[in-house]
Write a protein that binds this ligand. Structure first.
Ligand code: NAP
Length: 461
């Protein structure tokens, strides 16, 4: 197959990826977008089989077989809540692949130009950081015993990390200036070790709950590493795909940081969630509890209901019960909406995925900015396992660590039900004054159980 034809097909594959990403914008087209990208990837793999310049075809077939054997069961059986861990591992695989491509390319030919040496250096270093950082991120999310879930901090940590980074750059420059020198192998080996250490030391000081942001950032790194690997082996499609992953990963990282109102430097270096005292005003007053029966009487009379789900919905796996309650209310003529905060839960789109699993119609989902202006007309806002995303301190209290984070203004509804197990705080550790407001009623218990009890009341009536 001629190189021009291969490049033309690669271009077609790149268009599939771009179109696929574009379709991920809406839940309605997301599945088709995923399929389109997968078709693009399949064509890319098949075409690569015909490109004699890569490796022996038997190796490629063995790689496809091994990847399929691991990928299909992993994709089928992974729990939705474990998705960030899986993405972390996939990023790590991309990272180690780039490192190995860089290393193999170095071994194949020492006599390369400085420009080519730069791509080998970047492929090895970014690949190494992505691999070890992703493994630590995976361990934190998985709760692996020997990887601390909380931020692991020590004095002078940033200095140690900075020194390692400087040493990496200096060695990189030495290698690139004279890639064929007799010491280049030792330098490259040292760079591999340094990059692996950098990945570990960069991720250990970050708390488990910030891992989705880190994974998104590492996703971006794995894209850049793949892009570099594309330059190393002169593969145009790898360059384009790597650039796409690199760019989309960084955009998602920024979107998440913006939604939390925390700069990326705060996520990476502040040790957020290390257990240090959290600032913010003391919240006085008392919580008023109600029973599912009381909740039923109030809901029965409501004509507009807004449901605000959060991380607790995922913990309780209450999505099907919530959908059933929503359906019952709708059948009775109540207007029902679901408001989704961009960082509700523990991964981007967490709530959308759960509600989609329960077949909640997309047109019932609204964003906080759309519902907040009319929240005072809402009869009941049911907050299900959400805390930080409905915390009015983020809007009102300048001393609150979350101050400035856009919230769902549940407190403005005529009545607010807060469904949670007890008095546990949210991810940020900040006290929530919403639970103490006059118009708030606490419905304590596991969300699936309390929602089911309200449903039972409707069914009995
Ligand atoms: P949240 O602030 O973490 O609060 C979750 C609440 O759910 C807790 O207060 C807990 O209270 C309750 N809960 C837990 N299990 C429950 C159960 N089985 N039944 C009922 N309630 C239960 O949740 P959020 O409002 O969704 O906020 C998400 C937080 O994660 C934000 O601070 C966000 O910045 C952060 N974050 C999100 C992402 C992302 O991509 N989505 C990434 C990184 C960080 P009890 O213990 O009293 O039950």
């Amino acid at each position: 197959m001629s190189q021009t034809l291969i490049n033309m097909i690669y271009l077609l594959c790149a268009l599939c990826f771009i179109g696929g990403i574009k379709m991920l914008i809406s839940p309605v087209t997301a599945r088709r977008g995923n399929l389109l990208s997968a078709i693009g990837m399949f064509i890319a793999v098949v075409v690569t089989l015909f490109d004699a310049n890569v490796v022996d075809i038997r190796w490629i077939i063995a790689g496809i077989a091994a990847g399929t054997a691991i990928g299909i069961p992993a994709g089928l059986y992974v729990a939705m809540t474990s998705m960030p861990e899986m993405v972390g591992l996939l990023n790590g695989s991309g990272g180690i692949a780039s490192l190995l491509v860089g290393w193999a390319s170095y071994n194949a030919n020492h006599n390369i130009s400085a420009e080519e040496a730069i791509t080998v250096f970047l492929s090895v270093v970014i690949g190494g950081i992505t691999f070890s950082g992703s493994v630590v991120a995976w361990g934190k999310l998985k709760g692996v015993k020997w990887i601390p879930e909380k931020p692991w901090l020590f004095k002078g940590q940033n200095i140690v990390n900075s020194l390692m980074l400087i040493l990496t750059i200096v060695l990189g420059v030495i290698y690139c200036v004279e890639p064929a020198s007799f010491s280049s192998e030792i330098i490259l080996m040292t760079l591999v070790v340094l990059s692996l250490l950098l990945g570990v030391f960069a991720v250990l000081p970050i708390g488990g709950a910030d891992m989705p942001v880190v994974i998104s950032l590492l996703n971006s790194y794995s894209g850049i590493a793949a892009c570099m690997a594309g330059f190393v082996i002169n593969n145009n499609l790898l360059i384009v795909t790597g650039a796409l992953v690199g760019a989309s990963g960084i955009i998602l990282t920024m979107v998440m940081c913006k939604a939390m109102n925390r700069p990326i430097t705060n996520v990476l270096f502040s040790g957020f969630g290390s257990g240090d005292a959290v600032a913010g005003k003391d919240v006085g007053g008392e919580m008023r509890a109600i029973t599912p029966e009381d909740a039923y009487y109030i809901l029965e009379a409501a004509s507009t209901v807004v449901i605000a789900p959060g991380y607790g919905l995922a913990v309780a796996q209450a999505q099907h019960a919530v959908k059933e309650l929503g359906d019952i209310l709708e059948k009775r003529g109540t207007e029902v909406k679901y408001v989704i905060h961009p960082v509700a839960g523990r991964m981007p789109g967490h709530m959308n995925v759960l509600l989609a699993e329960a077949n909640v119609s997309y047109d019932m989902l609204v964003e906080p900015a759309d519902i907040n202006p009319t929240m005072s007309n809402v009869d009941v806002c049911i907050v299900i396992g959400a805390n930080d995303t409905v915390n009015p301190s983020a809007r009102d209290d300048k001393t609150c660590p979350m101050y400035g984070m856009p919230i769902i203004e549940a407190d403005k509804a005529k009545v607010v039900f807060c469904l949670k197990r007890g008095k546990g705080k949210g991810f940020s550790g900040v006290e929530n004054p919403l639970f103490f407001k006059d118009n708030t009623r606490m419905l304590f218990g596991d969300a699936k159980s309390t929602v089911s009890q309200i449903i039972a009341q409707f069914k009995e009536a």
